[in-house]
Design a protein around this ligand. Structure first.
Ligand code: ADP
Ligand code: MG
Length: 262
């Protein structure tokens, strides 16, 4: 299984990865991270650099450790060594609650994390449960309703009336209540009909371009993920085998053959 990746050649070095986030305004940095679950190491000497308002997509085979990268950024894993920084501040050992509240990193829960019998508005306000100032949560929720009429039109109805795409929108919006600067998004297209997949990527694009969110996503649909993202990393066995601009990876023959069905 591993042999087929040996054709990929030399793994990208730190300087290669830095170049991809080249505005000089690196927002989130992972340096030489070794992390996993319990005593098991899943990520090996992993590095990542992403600027403010940039998007980075992680692709790769099942079990490569893509979700584990998001989990490590958010604080769900055992970190054995290495460093995670935001704007140069060490956040490696903060708890998820601290990440969300003090640092502005949000992990977008998905896969039926919407409470079906609570209203759309109640679901949205859950996103601010950790905030001290509930007024602010209401203000943010109101902004979200102004922006997304799909949610506004249903705000007092139970969330179970939403379509699959609208539920995903609610899951994303719930994270926005905390006004995060970084969104961690695990497989936003999973389980969605094609028309909703487009919608979800349009929402993420708007959040990146107009609200200057930094977006790190994992996507099984490598083509969609790389079309969306500025930067792509191909993860194999807990290490980055290939990294490049999203567009360049789309036309990379190795990536095409292995991940794009080319
Ligand atoms: N909570 C967990 N506890 C123990 N091992 C886990 C846990 N989550 C994932 N793993 C293991 O970590 C490895 C990487 O998983 P994951 O990051 O979910 O891969 P990917 O998202 O690339 O499919 C797999 O071998 C998986 O079995
Ligand atoms: Mg995963």
């Amino acid at each position: 299984m591993l042999d087929q990746y040996s054709v990929l050649g030399k793994a990208p070095g730190i300087e290669d990865l830095k170049k991809l986030s080249s505005s000089g305004n690196t927002h989130l940095t992972i340096n030489n991270l070794n992390a996993g679950y319990g005593k098991m190491e899943i990520l090996h000497n992993f590095d990542l650099f992403v600027d403010k308002a940039q998007s980075l997509c992680l692709i790769g085979p099942n079990g490569a450790g893509k979700s584990t990268i998001l989990h490590s950024i958010y604080g769900f894993t055992s970190i054995f060594s290495g460093k995670i920084e935001i704007d140069g501040k060490d956040i490696t050992n903060l708890t998820p609650a601290e990440k969300l509240k003090n640092v502005g990193i949000a992990y977008i829960l998905q896969d039926n994390s919407v409470f079906p019998d609570m209203t759309v508005e109640e679901n949205l306000l859950m996103g601010g449960y950790i905030k001290d100032k509930t007024d602010e949560s209401y203000e943010e929720a109101e902004k979200i309703f102004q922006k997304y009429d799909r949610l506004r039109n249903r705000r007092n109805q139970p969330a179970k009336v939403l379509s699959g795409g609208e539920r995903r929108l609610l899951e994303i919006s719930r994270a926005l209540v905390m006004k995060p600067s970084v969104l961690l998004v695990d497989e936003p297209s999973i389980g969605l009909e094609p028309k909703y997949i487009e919608m979800v990527f349009e929402i993420l694009r708007d959040l990146q371009q107009n609200e200057k969110k930094t977006i790190i996503l994992v996507e099984q649909n490598a083509k969609k993920g790389l079309e969306f993202a500025d930067i792509g990393y191909v993860l194999v066995s807990g290490e980055t085998a290939i990294a490049g601009k999203g567009d360049d990876l789309l036309s990379n023959p190795d990536v095409g053959r292995l991940f794009l069905g080319g």
